[in-house]
Design a protein around this ligand. Structure first.
Ligand SMILES: O=C[C@H](O)[C@H](O)[C@H](O)COP(=O)(O)O
Length: 283
């Protein structure tokens, strides 16, 4: 089998397994992620719907323009996040979505993830945050111990276009000493900032569009900086450090959110991981 079809096969088997395990008839509100792996998840939903195995009242919440198109092309019913009531208001929970199935660019051993390779991470994070369960699906190339080991394009960061050069400079000045002395609001010590990621100096590149002159413009009208920091030893701290910079809208680091990740392995098996479990193999 060629590498491309092996990768596609592994995306497909991870997506099918995750949908079968998580989208039970009790699920009434489902978040649909973005990217190429999610396409297989939606195909599986269509098969289950045609076999009457889905909740007849199921509604799907999109995370991007692409995801909205997938939902409507599949004939599934769409809903806007902000129109949904909380599922358990008596529990003081604000979650309005039962489960969200989404792809990832890289997932570490604790299920922290890099997302936004397709520039969709802002809405993906809104939907994931409003979900009782976030389930990630990915091929074997995305499975790593430490973020940054495999995904070398950097952390996608959605930013306000009018200040992109200033934000780029500030991200690139996340050198331990200069950061601490110039940003009084951040109390992290020089050592703790240095320990959060590998590089001494991050590099931020404005993402350029393909087949359109100029930068990528997101579904929300913003730009993307891809921030290379090397290995990410403390995803939560890196997420907060970047998010605190004025003009940063959302960081493509999902730390401590996902409840389960499914990977299609190179040998055709499927593996499921939860934050505190060893990988389980499924034939
Ligand atoms: O912005 C895009 C999303 O975060 C995707 O879920 C992520 O890039 C993974 O995409 P794919 O399934 O195409 O590898």
């Amino acid at each position: 089998m060629s590498t491309t079809s092996l990768v596609e096969q592994s995306k497909c088997s991870a997506a099918i397994a995750a949908v079968d395990k998580n989208v039970l008839p009790s699920v009434r509100v489902l978040g649909i992620g973005s990217g190429s792996t999610v396409v297989y998840a939606v195909q599986r939903l269509v098969e289950l719907r045609d076999q009457n195995k889905l909740n007849p009242d199921l509604v799907c919440v999109a995370t991007s323009f692409q995801s909205k198109q997938l939902i409507s092309d599949a004939g599934l019913r769409g809903a806007d996040l902000d129109d949904l009531p909380a599922l358990d208001p008596e529990q003081r929970s604000f979650a309005s979505i039962d489960v969200t199935i989404d792809g990832a660019d890289e997932v570490d051993s604790e299920l922290n993830a890099i997302k936004g390779g397709g520039a969709a991470h802002l809405r993906e994070k809104l939907v994931a945050n409003a979900s009782k369960r976030l389930v990630l699906i990915a091929d074997y190339r995305k499975d790593s111990q430490t973020l940054g080991e495999k995904w070398s394009s950097g952390i996608p960061v959605e930013i306000l276009p009018l200040a992109w050069r200033t934000i780029k400079r500030q991200i690139e000045s996340l050198l331990p000493k200069s950061y601490v002395s110039s940003t009084s609001a951040v109390t992290a010590s020089a050592d703790s900032v240095a320990d959060a990621f590998e590089f001494k100096a991050p590099r931020a590149e404005l993402r350029q569009a393909v087949r359109k002159a100029g930068p990528v413009v997101t579904d929300n009208g913003n730009f993307i900086l891809d921030v290379a920091v090397g290995k990410i030893y403390d995803p939560r701290r890196v997420e907060l450090l970047i998010k605190m910079i004025p003009g940063v809208i959302e960081v493509g680091l999902f730390s401590g959110i996902a409840k389960e990740a499914w990977f299609g392995n190179e040998d055709g098996t499927i593996a499921c991981r939860t934050p505190r479990s060893e990988m389980k193999k499924h034939e």
